[in-house]
Write a new protein. Structure first.
Length: 233
């Protein structure tokens, strides 16, 4: 069943515009690169002298192999907080958290261990938004359904699952662009709604690696039962 917060019209509009937008964006990047070359400005502007601002953890830690795909917000006190995808042979895919005053020097929170309360706990492909005094997270899960799960937290470390730990955004019908997987969300709290742009996967024989990937949009009202128990069905 398609969740009530999935706005099919909005999703279709995004899909229709995606091809033209990609071409135009490529042209703009090419033009900008040419301008930078002519002005002598095409230099490496990476911070921290080009070194990682958050490296991999020590042997045996949840992020000993991977610290990647950050979701970063700024707290009211000015600190940055980063939720990132960690991986290690012992822990599998998990989501960890770190804090920074300047965006360069980071300190792992929760003793370097994954955030707590996510079920399923083998988690990745996440996005986090601030809604009032709470954080809201959508994420993908391995060894579970190919849907998006949701959770809320007051401290960013300890999380409570939405919708009784069932997916908050499920795959579409067989003919829909997101029939096989919904994943890799990007959250934005704006106005009276929480917007979630996401990647919809559908298998297609003869397509690139037999997949088609498109962008969809889902919405849920803020500070309502949708954030306490998941979107209305």
């Amino acid at each position: 069943m398609v969740p009530a917060w999935l706005d099919r019209a909005a999703a279709t509009g995004l899909v229709a515009a995606a091809g033209a937008a990609r071409v135009e964006a490529a042209r703009e990047r090419q033009a900008a690169a040419g301008d930078a070359d002519r002005a002598g400005l095409r230099r490496d502007r990476r911070a921290n002298d080009g070194r990682p601002v958050l490296g991999m953890g020590p042997a045996g830690s949840p992020d000993e192999v991977q610290a990647a795909t950050p979701a970063v917000l700024r707290d009211g006190n000015g600190d940055y907080r980063m939720w990132y995808a960690a991986w290690s042979p012992k822990h599998n895919h998990t989501i960890c958290i770190a804090r920074s005053a300047d965006g360069i020097g980071w300190t792992r929170e929760n003793g370097g261990q994954p955030v707590e309360g996510l079920h399923p706990a083998i988690a990745y492909g996440h996005s986090v938004a601030r809604v009032g005094e709470r954080y809201v997270m959508l994420y993908m899960a391995l060894e579970a359904t190919r849907d998006l799960y949701g959770a809320t937290s007051t401290d960013g470390v300890h999380w409570t699952m939405l919708n009784d730990a069932k997916p908050v955004l499920t795959t579409g019908a067989a003919e829909d662009f997101d029939a096989n997987i919904v994943g890799h969300p990007r959250l934005l709290a704006q106005g009276d709604a929480l917007h979630a742009w996401y990647t919809g996967y559908r298998t297609k024989s003869g397509g690139l690696a037999n997949w088609e990937l498109r962008i969809g949009l889902a919405r849920a009202p803020l500070l309502t039962a949708a954030l306490a128990n998941g979107p209305d069905r």
